[in-house]
Design a protein around this ligand. Structure first.
Ligand code: FES
Ligand SMILES: [Fe+2]
Length: 324
């Protein structure tokens, strides 16, 4: 078994994130030749776009003397050049391809490369603590770019909580009453597809500002689509992809679209309502702890389902011990 190398964060904490796809940037915010320092999975990383247009995500610290490649590093063709002594590392495998003052390249001169893909306007990185390849693909979002829907509106929200706790909200109909001010708990149902991985929540929001049906599809923790239907032709989609920065901070990237039929008279209100909803959740997330073993009551079936579902995204407890 491959043992996970020490986590490359300044605090050197153990990574403990569910495997899956996570967004690290909007595609349009990463130009050719652009280099960014990012933090994700409690690791410092460098994100850049090569001259051929490929997005690359790699561990940030140069194997030579440890300079951060995301600060003043330069794209050179299909590689990144360290700002300190000019060593160059390939975007595709992280191997050092060039040392400007030496012909011999040490075997271990390599940076860890994360599997990155672009889809639906975002750059995604596949996370698995052992850095194995993707076990499933990124879902399509056919409504993005469909002329019956508005062009996307983007918002980003930095939330002071672990990615799993934010995701858990989508299986928590009770909190709609207490946190989001509904008159009662909406009638809700949680189902899981035969693949065991894609989870759905259906809620009938009778007492909401905009009554309707909510369908949240969660593809993996931190990757979800919420479709609100208020009536025929009156629909809104919120596409949410998360960047787990560390175990207490998550950056959420939301992409919102509404059907053209309601754009003029309700589009802005609907989108504002969704964004405002986040401020209801915020104080809870900012102050809560993560309970690994919560005390559940009989009315918590959807939350119990969520906790069982989410386990598949973590490596086994034996792996966890070896990581630690
Ligand atoms: S630290 Fe990167 S080349 Fe020296
Ligand atoms: Fe909420």
């Amino acid at each position: 078994m491959t043992i996970v190398e020490a986590c490359e964060s300044k605090t050197n904490t153990t990574p403990d994130f569910p495997m899956g796809w996570y967004s690290v940037e909007r595609s349009h915010q990463l130009a050719i030749g652009e280099v960014k320092a990012i933090k994700v999975f409690d690791r410092e990383m460098v994100l850049y776009r090569t001259r051929s247009g490929k997005a690359a995500a790699q561990d940030a610290f140069c194997p030579h003397l440890g300079a951060h490649l995301g600060h003043e590093g330069r794209v050179v063709g299909e590689s990144i050049r360290c700002p300190f002594h000019g060593w160059q590392f390939n975007a595709d495998d992280g191997k050092c391809s060039h040392i400007p003052y030496c012909d011999e390249i040490p075997e271990r001169a390599r940076v860890r490369t994360w599997h990155a893909e672009e889809k639906n306007g975002e750059v995604y990185v596949w996370f698995h603590p052992e850095n194995t390849g993707p076990q499933w693909g990124l879902p399509d979002l056919p409504e993005l770019g469909d002329p019956d829907w508005t062009s996307p509106r983007y918002t980003e929200h930095l939330v002071p909580a672990h990615v799993q706790d934010i995701c858990e909200n989508s299986c928590d109909p009770v909190h709609f009453q207490y946190v989001h001010g509904q008159m009662s708990v909406p009638e809700s149902e949680v189902t899981i597809d035969p693949d065991g991985r894609t989870m759905h929540l259906h809620s009938h929001m009778k007492d909401a500002d905009h009554p309707g049906h909510l369908h949240a599809t969660t593809y993996s923790p931190g990757f979800a689509m919420v479709r609100n239907t208020y009536g025929p032709g009156a629909e809104m989609i919120m596409y949410n992809s998360a960047q787990p920065i560390d175990d207490g901070q998550t950056l959420m990237r939301w992409t919102l679209i509404v059907r053209k039929e309601i754009e003029d008279f309700a589009g802005d209100d609907v989108m504002k309502g969704i964004i405002d909803g986040l401020s209801d959740d915020y104080p809870i997330w900012a102050n809560k702890v993560h309970r690994r073993r919560p005390v559940f009551c009989k009315g918590d079936q959807t939350l119990v389902m969520f906790r069982k579902w989410v386990r598949q995204f973590y490596v086994t407890s034996q792996d966890q011990q070896e990581i630690a």
